[in-house]
Design a binder for this molecule. Structure first.
Ligand code: AMP
Length: 583
């Protein structure tokens, strides 16, 4: 009879071995060997863990922030809050802190299996309240060896730190079961779950991989460009141009029975927050199962409202009738990923758009579902004109897409480019906060923020700037409480915090500077908004910073040029202010 449960210690040891070598090939071989020897039942959970996710279901959330994780570790180890912060700071890693603090603690119960750890994570995700979650996690730590705890802590705080990119995990799966890498990649892309791809690989059924309606796949991302000239340089003859709407990204799923689900960019189910959308979809004639990618945009009587108004809708599980009337939302569809049994992500955009238009959504939904405005341009001047028109329609800028491109889940490729209003903003994560001055002296109003070194999920955070917020007093007060809860080190004026709050930063230009660890600083940075729709995994990387810097240096920066177009006008105003303030 084949073994069904394997020791979690083996998994932790494999993870440690993978982390100990820098060689990609060695990492892949170690992982492949481990995965090959694993019982079938545990393959999906192990793959999720190596990918840095505690749960197999990519839409499920553990529901534990720093505060609860630390409380669980405190309970299991007997260490107090201060000792836990100190250990975290020593290692900058929750797993290492857990291993250190549990080293002396007495271990309860027998040895953990992969199934037990996975089962506990599932139970935590399903638990009704924070206290239960802390209790379950504390029990798990209580049964773990220090080495188990290191990996459990890393996975539960979502930082595996073993230098493992998903691409490498795909390679390991292909090697473990002797399959083609391309087939594994494709299965992962379609199913959205590396564990399922691994199971299909093991059973030699990769060809059966398909998109699951009602399970979100990761969103395709765009690469920023600085101006219309760069757009034309990148696309050649003709650019396919859509308006860039300023709302929140959403994936709409409709199954064969007409059940509707909406998922946000971080794959959360946000269906109940947008009843006007689900209501409109329910009224459509039967179009068959659908997966649509689009943007939720606040729009009343044909006019797009400010993004700020949409913020009042975020996080509201059951919006009131007044709020629904005040800030109604539409879904602007720009992509069709599945229709009536056909997976379309490998189909060229041109064809996906044709099929999307064929659904006649605006007409059939009373304009609750719209289509992204589409145009084409053959010169930089034309791009500029479209940009101005998009701004006239109160949209943020333009998206430039390759009509022959496939939909690439989770990738920031060159298939999609984005051109925004001023000089591109950067999404950063707050790593430190400081008490303000004057009437702000009782609130944490100055934020220090960082970008990621690379796109890898264990990349280091490198500081790039500091700014005080443009938030309202009420919001600053609320954020102050939040930052107090996630403070790591309190130096009096300044505190370091757990990096989890994402902010979008606008600035006048980027400069080389030794002041911050990124080696860059921003001139006149300002916080545009808190991006609760993004996680630290979504923030910008050094590559983007370098690219923006390079564009400035090459003289193609919006600020420096002077002629025509909304982009230049906005930037020129910024430059004037810059001069004034600098002078
Ligand atoms: P950013 O959030 O600045 O990185 O810009 C990318 C985002 O623009 C996407 O994630 C979408 O939420 C949004 N967006 C707005 N309009 C479009 C469009 N027509 N096509 C694709 N993304 C769009």
């Amino acid at each position: 009879m084949p073994r069904r449960f394997s020791p979690f210690a083996d998994l932790a040891a494999a993870a440690a071995a993978v982390g100990a070598t820098r060689s990609k090939n060695a990492k892949r071989d170690l992982l492949a060997a481990y995965l090959r020897g694993l019982p079938a039942e545990e393959l999906a959970a192990a793959c999720a863990f190596f990918a840095g996710r505690p749960l197999v279901d990519p839409t499920a959330k553990l529901g534990m922030g720093w505060v609860q994780q630390a409380a669980a570790l405190a309970r299991a180890s007997g260490a107090d809050e201060e000792a836990i912060r100190a250990a975290y700071l020593r290692h900058s890693d929750f797993g290492d802190a857990a291993a250190e603090l549990l080293a002396g603690a007495e271990r309860r119960g027998g040895h953990l299996t992969v199934t037990e750890v996975a089962g506990t994570f599932d139970a935590i995700a399903a638990a009704g309240n924070g206290e239960d979650r802390i209790g379950l996690m504390a029990d798990l730590f209580g049964r773990a060896s220090p080495e188990d705890a290191r990996f459990i802590g890393r996975v539960s705080s979502r930082e595996t730190r073993i230098g493992l990119r998903e691409g490498l995990l795909e390679e390991a799966v292909a090697e473990a079961f002797g399959r083609q890498l391309d087939a594994v990649r494709r299965a992962h892309m379609l199913t959205g779950e590396i564990g399922e791809a691994a199971r299909l690989a093991r059973e030699d059924r990769l060809a059966e991989a398909a998109l699951h309606v009602m399970r979100p796949i990761r969103f395709m991302l765009a690469t920023p460009v600085v101006d219309a000239a760069e757009v034309m340089r990148r696309v050649g003859d003709e650019a396919w141009i859509e308006d860039k709407y300023d709302g929140i990204r959403a994936q709409l799923h409709v199954d064969a029975g007409g059940i509707v689900r909406l998922f946000s960019r971080d794959l959360n189910d946000v269906t109940r927050s947008f009843p006007e959308i689900t209501g409109a979809v329910a009224e459509l004639p039967d179009l068959g199962p659908l997966v649509i990618d689009g943007e939720l945009v606040p729009r009343r009587e044909g006019t797009v409202l400010d993004f700020a108004s949409l913020q009042t809708r975020l996080g509201r599980v059951r919006p009131s009738a007044e709020l629904l009337a005040e800030v109604p939302v539409v879904l602007v569809a720009f992509d069709l990923l599945h229709h009536a049994g056909d997976d379309l992500i490998e189909t060229p955009l041109r064809e996906r758009r044709r099929r999307l238009e064929g659904l006649a959504l605006p007409e059939r939904s009373g304009e609750r579902l719209l289509l992204a405005h589409l145009a084409s341009a053959r010169s930089a001047d034309e791009v500029e004109r479209h940009f101005d028109d998009a701004r006239e329609r109160r949209n943020e800028g333009l998206m430039i897409k390759d009509p022959d491109s496939a939909y690439q889940p989770g990738r920031r490729g060159l298939g999609w480019l984005k051109l925004k209003k001023a000089l591109a903003t950067l999404d950063c994560v707050v790593v430190g906060v400081e008490w303000g001055h004057g009437k702000r002296r009782d609130v944490l109003s100055d934020y220090t923020f960082a970008v990621r070194e690379t796109d890898e999920h264990d990349a280091r955070l490198l500081t790039i700037g500091k700014a005080y917020t443009g938030l309202t007093d009420a919001e600053i007060a609320e954020m102050t409480e939040r930052f107090k809860g996630i403070t790591l080190q309190d130096f009096g004026r300044y505190r370091t915090v757990v990096p989890e709050v994402v902010v979008e930063i606008a600035f006048d230009r980027i400069m080389r500077s030794a002041r911050h660890r990124s080696g860059f600083a921003m001139r006149f940075p300002r916080i545009v908004r808190i991006r609760d729709d993004k996680t630290p995994a979504d923030i910008d990387t050094m590559a983007t910073v370098e690219a923006l810097f390079g564009e400035q240096a090459s003289g193609r920066i919006l600020l420096a040029t002077g002629s025509g177009g909304e982009t230049e006008r906005i930037a020129a105003t910024g430059a004037a202010e810059d001069g004034e303030r600098a002078g």
